[in-house]
Design a protein around this ligand. Structure first.
Ligand SMILES: [Zn+2]
Ligand SMILES: [Zn+2]
Length: 322
């Protein structure tokens, strides 16, 4: 990916500068998140089938990669990167395989000062092939790529209609929005600073802590929360679920996902008030489940895990009264 990063960071800088000069309603030069679980539109690296960046070499004399592969798990929800007009379907492989679906996606030019986009999203099964769609709205579902290419990093192939490089539009603005509140609210009543579980005889609560039974590392952070305590939404967003991690029907195997405000997080070992719809930062989200019943003597906690498995510690800590 190294040979492309100088271009994309240059482009990024230019975009960021132009963007500063525009009022907030014209902030949409950068595309929204395309796949659930990948809030930053992270691009596929290399696997045994090839690499995901723009211009990567392709085998079998097929020339260069004229698109960018945005990582997306099979079956994940796909969202519209910008508002526009749908058309399709697009067949890419022309062999009727399980992932041969997609759509053309064309902008409506609502703001003359903004660039028009035309992009193809391939390996996606769209909810429909025509009509208008809004930025961030559900567009469809990722097709089962593993069935066709076992072991590949599953991805949506994103190709500009004019074969230009879409990487600058896919790269999120950093920070996402200048006025955006990036700190999370306290998630548990009785723990206003989102204090993280230390170590007890079951393990430690920090991100990356080792886990027994060869289960690798702790991919979340454990926020201390007493059994039965009220749980609050750390930020505003859309709920989905249920999220289960134990899959054994124990008393604490419940949870919910929140996506919005530039974040996507899973909160588990809680019972949410509902599994869908919108929720606002600080609103009651549910109740801490009886963890002592399952792990007697543990420091009871909500397991907080970013959908992309990145470290949520800094967002939780920024909640500490600034
Ligand atoms: Zn591709
Ligand atoms: Zn945990």
């Amino acid at each position: 990916t190294g040979e492309f990063s100088p271009f994309s960071s240059f482009a990024h800088e230019v975009f960021a500068k132009e963007w500063d000069a525009h009022p907030p309603q014209q902030q949409h030069r950068h595309w929204a998140q395309i796949c659930s679980g990948n809030p930053t539109n992270k691009i596929r690296g290399c696997d045994k089938y090839g690499c995901g960046q723009f211009g990567a070499d392709r085998h079998s004399g097929k020339g260069k990669h004229v698109g960018v592969d945005v990582i997306c798990a099979d079956g994940a929800t796909v969202y519209a990167p910008f508002s526009g007009q749908l058309s399709g379907p697009i067949r890419f492989f022309h062999n009727g395989n399980a992932i041969d679906d997609g759509l053309v996606f064309l902008t409506s030019l609502l703001l003359p000062s903004l660039p028009g986009y035309c992009v193809k999203l391939v390996c996606v099964h769209p909810i429909r092939y025509q009509g208008q769609i809004r930025r961030g709205q559900q567009l469809g579902r990722m097709l089962p790529m593993q069935k066709v290419f076992p072991g590949i990093i599953s991805h949506i192939h994103v190709e500009n209609c004019d074969h230009s490089d879409p990487t600058p539009q896919l790269t999120p603005v950093v920070p996402p929005f200048p006025q955006q509140d990036s700190s999370w609210a306290p998630v548990c009543s009785g723990n206003p600073t989102n204090e993280i579980r230390g170590c007890d005889n079951y393990g430690c609560g920090y991100y990356g802590a080792p886990r027994r039974n060869g289960k690798g590392k702790h991919r979340g952070v454990d926020v201390i929360c007493a059994d039965g305590a009220t749980v609050y939404a750390p930020f505003s967003g859309q709920l989905s679920g249920p999220i289960k991690i134990f899959h054994n029907g124990n008393a604490i195997d419940d949870g919910v996902q929140i996506r919005g405000s530039g974040f996507c997080v899973k909160l588990v070992c809680i019972h949410p008030i509902r599994y869908n719809g919108r929720i606002f930062k600080g609103q009651v989200l549910g109740k801490m489940l009886p963890m002592q019943r399952v792990f007697p003597g543990i420091t009871s906690h909500i397991h907080v895990e970013n959908c992309d498995h990145s470290d949520p510690t800094s967002n939780l800590e920024r909640g500490k009264g600034q």
